[in-house]
Design a protein around this ligand. Structure first.
Ligand code: G
Ligand code: G
Ligand code: MN
Ligand code: NA
Length: 250
């Protein structure tokens, strides 16, 4: 209860912000994306990661609001970075089911005048549950019409059938970190990733490996055909100022 109240106060007082993690082209190691990750500047506890409050935030239906705050924050950071002369890659934001069910989503996005090709939405496999939901389908169409990419987050860990996921025609699949982690120890795991890459290739869908923790994993995932890599081995989440410094070095 206390945490729930603190979250609501935190929303009112703008205590939430975004950190960013880099995504690199697997072959060229060029910076191709940033994933925006929710962080809470808690007044007494310091900086909190989602694990500390997501469950309660979900219980009180605060996720759509937090998603929106992260998006606005990311757009503001992009403007600031661009004004400073930095070349800013596509930014990916996580989108909860609650937000995808919001009838006002497409209008809200249109009002934000997002430049096509600069933004990506990460959806979890939970969307398959709502395949017959008109609002969700309209929103996905609306998102695509605005030139925003769709990515399936944590691919391979949910309950969705491959058929239903492919019907969404996502731009990219993000291979879950659980799958990435085993790649240097198990050949069965490598074969599984090869199959996912192959599905992506035949469907015209890119594959991102997340949770890349060692350079050996990065090397193997590149060999297996993943186009994009994200993980601690290549870059940890960092705040907007730190990310600006990293982009200057690029
Ligand atoms: O940044 P971190 O590793 O702590 O993120 C943990 C989880 O929180 C991940 O599953 C991630 O998808 C989720 N998450 C991070 N930022 C957001 C956000 O802005 N909105 C939603 N809905 N989930 C987020
Ligand atoms: O579910 P989602 O993909 O949005 O979660 C992203 C989360 O994964 C972020 O909170 C980020 O902090 C975390 N993360 C990023 N890189 C790594 C990594 O290399 N290993 C692990 N275990 N987690 C990572
Ligand atoms: Mn994500
Ligand atoms: Na993920």
């Amino acid at each position: 209860k206390r945490l729930a109240d603190e979250i609501l106060t935190g929303i009112e007082e703008n205590q939430f912000t975004a950190h960013y993690q880099q995504q690199f082209d697997a072959s060229t190691r060029e910076l191709v994306g940033l994933e925006a990750l929710l962080r809470w500047n808690h007044p007494t506890e310091g900086l909190l990661v989602p694990a500390r409050f997501m469950e309660v935030a979900e219980d009180i239906n605060a996720l759509p609001t937090l998603d929106h705050m992260v998006l606005e924050t990311a757009l503001a950071h992009r403007r600031r970075w661009c004004s400073a002369g930095l070349r800013v890659p596509r930014i990916a934001v996580n989108v909860s089911m609650g937000r995808l069910r919001d009838e006002r989503l497409a209008d809200m996005l249109r009002a934000m005048a997002i430049e096509p090709g600069t933004l990506s939405f990460e959806l979890t496999e939970a969307i398959y549950l709502d395949e017959s939901d008109e609002v969700v389908c309209d929103n996905i169409r609306g998102i695509k019409d605005l030139g925003i990419d769709i990515e399936i987050d944590d691919f391979g860990t949910g309950y969705a059938s491959i058929v239903s996921l492919m019907r969404l025609q996502p731009t990219r699949l993000k291979i879950a970190s659980q799958l990435t982690a085993a790649v240097s120890t198990s050949s069965a795991q490598r074969q599984l990733i090869r199959s996912i890459v192959e599905i992506g290739r035949t469907q015209g869908i890119g594959v991102v490996a997340e949770g890349v923790e060692t350079l050996e994993q990065a090397h193997i995932l590149t060999e297996l055909g993943c186009q994009t890599l994200q993980g601690y081995a290549l870059g940890r989440p960092a705040d907007a100022d730190e990310m600006a410094r990293l982009m200057i070095e690029e």
